[in-house]
Design a protein around this ligand. Structure first.
Ligand SMILES: Nc1ncnc2c1ncn2[C@@H]1O[C@H](COP(=O)(O)OP(=O)(O)OP(=O)(O)O)[C@@H](O)[C@H]1O
Length: 341
């Protein structure tokens, strides 16, 4: 099932000139909390401020899903709040559908859909009356009955927003963000907390919106989901973009022939035991958990031969063995480090 009406209106928008959102050299500073200032003196400006966004350049194209990645506190929400006109930056510029987002006209606002992390929905209303109310604010809303059925909202309409589960609130928040047929859609963690069925429906809806020409800016910590859905990636670390490009470019960053081999075997294995030349070939072996290993790098056929010879000598085979290209998660962890923020 696809979302009715959607393609009709948005296909014309997909060919509108220029990107849907253009952010140039964006800077946003906050007065830091005492705790932040004490723990991070090196991250304060000369004026004692915390520069949460430090020169971000970002483009969101029509007909594409763009994902913003970054550890907690990296500056994603602040960047998007500036882009949406909710925060005034201290430097740089933002063009939202060709105009400034600050003091934006109701007409401009009606072309932008925003799904917030906490839903931002009135707590006392039931979902369908709430969505009907929101739909009335738009000139050409989506077919409410079809949307509600698609997202399974009809199955919990007897409950007010306050009492909905996290995943149910997410679905209502998504419906509220797209019902006005936005040209540019901001989705904050759209698949967090969803069960597999709802997650799959949300993926399908996002793909259909993208195919209909909607520009989608998405933040998520679910890197599998990001890799599955996004066309373009911006990775933010401490307020600056550290990696950007198409998904294919980002996955190829740092070497095209990077792969990860995972297997389970006896504990305490040393790389040199079974792959004598592996270290000089630049491979890295990690024992991720007891008896569970990960070899990463430019893995060649002779490495696999050495590995199977080793197992033949032992008279054993691993209980699990996978060889896969580097994932977005591998790249994210390399760039953002393992430290918790
Ligand atoms: N109003 C504010 N006053 C002071 N500091 C703030 C304010 N808003 C955000 N910050 C700080 O700015 C930094 C960036 O926060 P932001 O919410 O943009 O991060 P994020 O990348 O969205 O993180 P998360 O993944 O946890 O949502 C954080 O250190 C945060 O504490």
């Amino acid at each position: 099932m696809t979302i009715p009406v959607l393609s009709h209106q948005n296909s014309a928008r997909a060919s509108a000139p220029g990107p849907a959102l253009l952010i140039n050299s964006l800077v946003k500073e906050f007065k830091p909390s005492k705790e932040f200032a004490a723990k991070n003196p090196h991250r304060l400006t000369e004026d004692g401020l915390h520069r949460a966004v430090d020169g971000v350049n970002l483009t969101i194209n029509r007909g594409e899903v763009t994902v913003l990645l970054g550890a907690n506190g990296a500056g994603k929400t602040t960047t998007l709040a500036c882009a949406q006109g909710l925060l005034k930056p201290d430097g740089g510029s933002v063009e939202l559908l060709g105009s400034s987002p600050w003091g934006a006209s109701p007409e401009l606002r009606s072309r932008v859909g925003i799904m917030l992390q906490d839903g931002g929905l009135p707590q006392h209303m039931r979902p369908i009356p709430l969505l009907r109310h929101i739909a009335r604010m738009y000139a050409q809303p989506l077919d409410l009955d079809a949307l509600v059925k698609r997202l399974g909202i009809d199955t919990f309409n007897g409950t007010t927003v306050r009492r909905l589960s996290g995943g149910q609130k997410q679905r209502v928040a998504l419906a509220a963000a797209i019902i006005g047929q936005p040209e540019l859609l901001f989705l904050d963690e759209p698949t967090a907390g969803l069960d597999p069925q709802s997650r799959s429906v949300v993926f399908d809806i996002i793909s259909e919106l993208r195919d209909a020409g909607v520009a989608i800016a998405l933040t998520t910590h679910l890197l599998d989901d990001a890799q599955r859905i996004a066309d373009r990636v911006f990775m933010i670390k401490r307020g600056t973009v550290v990696l950007s490009g198409s998904m294919a470019e980002v996955l190829a960053a740092g070497g095209k022939n990077q792969q990860t081999l995972t297997f389970t075997g006896g504990t305490g294995l040393q790389l040199v035991d079974f792959l004598p030349q592996a270290q000089s070939d630049g491979l890295v072996l990690l024992e991720k958990a007891a008896g569970r290993y990960e070899i990463s790098g430019d893995i060649k056929p002779h490495h696999l031969v050495a590995l199977t010879n080793y197992w033949q000598k032992l008279g054993a085979i691993p209980t699990e063995f996978t060889l896969a290209p580097r994932t977005l998660e591998d790249i994210f962890l390399e760039l953002s480090g393992n430290e918790i923020r």
